[in-house]
Ligand binder design. Structure first.
Ligand code: DQA
Length: 146
């Protein structure tokens, strides 16, 4: 099984960026952690981060037929991007939306997600642990429908 972890804008700054909100773990460390867990689960995990909306859309397109599930922290594009929504729906690949922070407890502009209603599930508010929980949720879902 091949899975893809997508991180959107500003998530390359994890560890230095607003640590009180997003924690002290770097994206490299989060990705390495998730790759180890994936290996132990017998699945292959690829990781991709971009600050560019079009690059995220392209990466989703490239996953068609190659990837069985997507974990996505779309960062601020969560709240703005119809293009990302269309790419995910167009690809037809099951995805889990995730956030380090609890977006619903923050500014009102973070309360709306353009991708949440079609996600398999949503994990938000557990810091770096959100990534692990999202992976477990996605695997649970994919193994159920297998
Ligand atoms: C985020 C929440 C978003 O609102 C924000 O724009 C981010 C990070 C999170 O992981 O908590 O960049 O997706």
């Amino acid at each position: 099984m091949h899975l893809l972890l997508i991180n959107g804008p500003n998530l390359n700054l994890l560890g230095q960026r607003e640590p009180g909100v997003y924690g002290s773990m770097s994206l490299d460390a989060i990705e390495a952690d998730l790759k180890i867990i994936s290996e132990n689960e017998g699945v292959h995990l690829e990781c991709f981060q971009s600050n560019f909306e079009g690059a995220l859309v392209d990466r989703i397109h490239q996953s068609i037929g190659k990837v069985q599930g997507i974990l996505i922290n779309a960062g601020a594009y969560t709240h703005t991007s119809i293009a990302l929504r269309d790419a995910l729906l167009g690809a037809g690949i099951p995805y889990v939306e995730l956030h380090l922070s609890n977006t619903n407890s923050r500014e009102s502009f973070r309360h709306h997600s353009f991708i949440a209603d079609r996600a398999v599930g949503l994990v938000s508010g557990f810091g770096a642990m959100s990534y692990r929980l999202a992976l477990q949720g996605l695997l649970f879902h994919l193994r159920q429908i297998d």
